[in-house]
Design a protein around this ligand. Structure first.
Ligand code: NAP
Length: 497
C-alpha cells in the first residue's frame, strides 16, 4: 500500500491556503488528492461555488473552477483550487457542479462538446414551488443530452457547506437517469461527510427542487386551527367574565385579560385540539364500516387531516404546557393576594371560624391530580412523536402510545375539565348573557370522540372493522339462492369468495 510521508517542512504548510499575502491558513484540512479521484469542476464563482470548493478541497479533491471572469474571482478561492475560464475548467474536470442560476444554464451551450460524456450536477433551486415540469435539471439535461445530469445539493446551503455537515442538514437528495453518475456523486457526498439519499430517476428532480421551498406545509392548518380556537374562546371568556359584569353591575374586571382569561382559554384550546387528533381516525373507521371496505379512498380533506394529527397533537401539548405554567403563576399575582386577604377578612367579620369545605377540597385535589396526569401523558405522546424517538420503537409500541395512551390522555383531560366545571353547568346564574359556561362548550367534542371510540369497542362493530382492515369487502360478499329443497330458508351467504 502506498504511504504518503509528511516531511517536517510540509507540516508547517497551511491546510487550506488563502490566496494573497502570506496565504494564511483556514480551519479546514486539505488532505492530498488521490491520483484515482475525479477532478471536480465547478461552473460559477458565487457563494455556493466558494463554499463547495472549500469543502471539496478539504475532502482531498482536485478542484477546478470555471468563471467568465477568472481574474476577478481568483482571490475568493483557496489556493488549492484552480480558477480558470469556463471552457478550461469544463475540459479539465471529470465531474462538474453547475453552480449558476438555472436562467443562465443556456449560456453554457458553447461548452456542449467538452461536457459530452461527463457528469453534470445541477444544484439550482427554483423561485416558486412548481407542480408542473420540466424541472431545472430536466431542462439542463435537454440542453446537454450527451452529458449525465444528476440533481442534488440544492437542499444544502452555502453556509452548511462552509461550516461542515456536523452543523446543519446532512442529507443530500440525489436523482439521475444514470446510476453510474449518481454513484460517483454519492461517493463525493460520503467523502464530504454528507448522507446521500437516492430519490430515483431525474423525473423526481421537480420534487427535489421543491423541497427547500416549502414553508411548514403540514403545520399551516393545525396552527390556523389553534389560533382560530384561541381567538374564539378568548372572546367568549372575555364576553362572559369581563364584559358581562361590567355592563350589568359596572364591575371592572379588565385586569383578568392578560392572565386569567388566557389561562381559561388555553386549556379549552388544548382539549379541543386533542379531540381533533382522534376525530379523523373515528371518521375513517366509521366510513370504512359504512363502505364495507378499506379500499375506497378517503375524501381529500380527511386524508390531509389524518396526516397532520401529529401537528394537531403538538399544538394541543403546547397549549397544555402554557396552561400549566400560567396556573402555577396564578398565586404570584397581586390580585390573587388581595382577593385572598379580602376573603379572610370577610370571613372573620362574619364570624366564620373554619372555612374548610370537604366537597371543594376533594374536587380541587382530584382536579389537579388528573390534570397533572393528562399533562404527563401528553408529554409522553409529544416525545414519542419525535422522529428520533419514534424510530426506536416498533409499530405496535408506537400505536400503543399514540392511540391507547393518547385516548387515556384525552379521557383524563376531559375528567379534569368536568371536575373544574363540577355542578356549575346546572346553575342558572352561570349562563351569563344566556351563554353557557366555557367548559360546557369545550366538553362537547371530547365527549363525542370518547363515545365514538366506545362504540368501536362494541364486539360486533370491532369484529367487522378488524375484518375490513384485513381486506374483507362487503361487495365481494356473494349472495345467491340455492334450490328450496337444498336450503331451509332458501338463502346462503358465502363470504370472501
Ligand atoms: P451567485 O452568488 O449569484 O453566483 C452565481 C454565479 O453564476 C456567478 O458568480 C457567476 O460566476 C456565475 N454565472 C455564470 N454564468 C452567468 C450568467 N450568464 N449570469 C450571471 N451569472 C453567471 O449564486 P449562488 O448563491 O452561488 O447560487 C448558485 C446556484 O446554486 C443557484 O442555482 C442556486 O439556486 C444554487 N444554490 C445556492 C445555495 C446557496 O446557499 N447560495 C444553496 C443551494 C443551491 P462568474 O461571473 O464567475 O461566471
Amino acid at each position: 500500500m502506498a504511504c504518503k510521508c509528511i516531511m517536517p517542512d510540509e507540516m508547517s504548510k497551511p491546510l487550506i491556503r488563502e490566496r494573497g499575502e502570506g496565504g494564511s491558513s483556514r480551519h479546514l484540512e486539505a488532505p492530498m488528492s488521490d491520483p484515482g479521484d475525479p477532478v471536480i469542476g465547478i461552473l460559477g464563482t458565487g457563494d455556493f461555488s466558494r463554499s463547495l470548493a472549500r469543502r471539496l478541497v478539504a475532502s482531498g479533491y482536485q478542484v477546478v473552477v470555471g468563471s467568465r471572469t477568472p481574474k476577478r474571482s481568483v482571490a475568493l478561492f483557496p489556493a488549492e483550487a484552480e480558477v480558470t475560464s469556463q471552457m478550461e475548467a469544463a475540459s479539465q474536470a471529470d465531474l462538474i457542479f453547475v453552480a449558476i442560476f438555472s436562467e443562465h444554464h443556456s449560456t453554457l451551450m458553447p461548452l456542449k462538446s467538452v461536457l459530452a460524456g461527463k457528469t453534470l450536477v445541477d444544484v439550482s433551486n427554483g423561485l416558486h414551488i412548481s407542480q408542473d415540469g420540466p424541472s431545472n435539471a430536466e431542462m439542463l439535461a435537454d440542453f446537454f443530452p450527451e452529458s449525465c445530469v444528476v440533481k442534488g445539493f440544492n437542499t444544502i446551503s452555502a453556509w452548511t457547506l462552509q461550516m461542515g455537515p456536523q452543523d446543519g442538514n446532512r442529507q443530500v437528495f440525489l436523482c439521475s437517469d444514470s446510476q453510474k453518475a449518481k454513484n460517483s456523486v454519492k461517493q463525493i457526498c460520503h467523502r464530504m461527510g454528507f448522507i446521500p439519499v437516492d430519490m430515483g430517476l431525474l423525473s423526481s428532480s421537480l420534487e427535489v427542487e421543491n423541497l427547500p421551498l416549502y414553508l411548514f406545509p403540514s403545520w399551516r392548518v393545525p396552527i390556523l386551527c389553534t389560533l382560530s380556537l384561541f381567538i374564539f374562546f378568548y372572546l367568549y371568556n372575555f364576553l362572559r367574565d369581563v364584559l358581562q359584569p361590567y355592563i350589568t353591575a359596572g364591575k371592572s374586571s379588565f385586569y383578568k385579560m392578560p392572565i386569567e382569561i388566557v389561562n381559561v382559554t388555553l386549556p379549552s384550546v388544548a382539549l379541543v385540539m386533542l379531540a381533533l387528533v382522534y376525530l379523523p381516525g373515528l371518521f375513517a373507521a366509521f366510513l370504512q364500516l359504512w363502505w364495507g371496505t378499506k379500499y375506497n379512498r378517503f375524501p381529500g380533506r380527511l386524508d390531509r387531516w389524518l396526516v397532520t394529527r401529529k401537528q394537531f397533537g403538538l399544538c394541543s401539548f403546547l397549549c397544555a404546557v402554557l396552561h400549566a405554567i400560567y396556573s402555577l403563576c396564578l398565586p404570584l399575582r397581586k390580585s390573587a393576594r388581595f382577593k385572598l386577604i379580602n376573603m379572610a377578612y370577610k370571613q372573620v367579620k362574619a364570624g366564620v371560624e373554619d372555612s374548610w369545605v370537604d366537597e371543594e377540597v376533594w374536587r380541587m385535589e382530584l382536579y389537579l391530580s388528573v390534570g397533572i396526569m393528562a399533562l404527563g401523558l401528553l408529554s409522553l405522546l409529544a416525545v414519542t412523536s419525535l422522529p428520533s424517538v419514534a424510530s426506536t420503537v416498533n409499530w405496535r409500541e408506537f400505536s400503543f402510545i399514540q392511540s391507547t395512551l393518547g385516548y387515556c390522555a384525552l379521557f383524563m383531560a376531559t375528567v379534569h375539565t368536568l371536575l373544574y366545571g363540577w355542578n356549575r353547568a346546572f346553575d342558572a346564574s352561570q349562563y351569563r348573557f344566556y351563554l353557557p359556561p366555557t367548559f360546557v362548550l369545550v366538553l362537547l367534542l371530547p365527549i363525542l370522540v370518547l363515545l365514538g371510540r366506545l362504540a368501536l369497542f362494541v364486539p360486533c362493530v370491532a369484529g367487522r372493522l378488524r375484518q375490513i382492515r384485513r381486506g374483507w369487502e362487503q361487495s365481494r360478499h356473494i349472495r345467491f339462492t340455492l334450490p328450496a329443497e337444498d336450503c331451509r330458508n332458501g338463502l346462503e351467504d358465502i363470504s370472501n369468495v
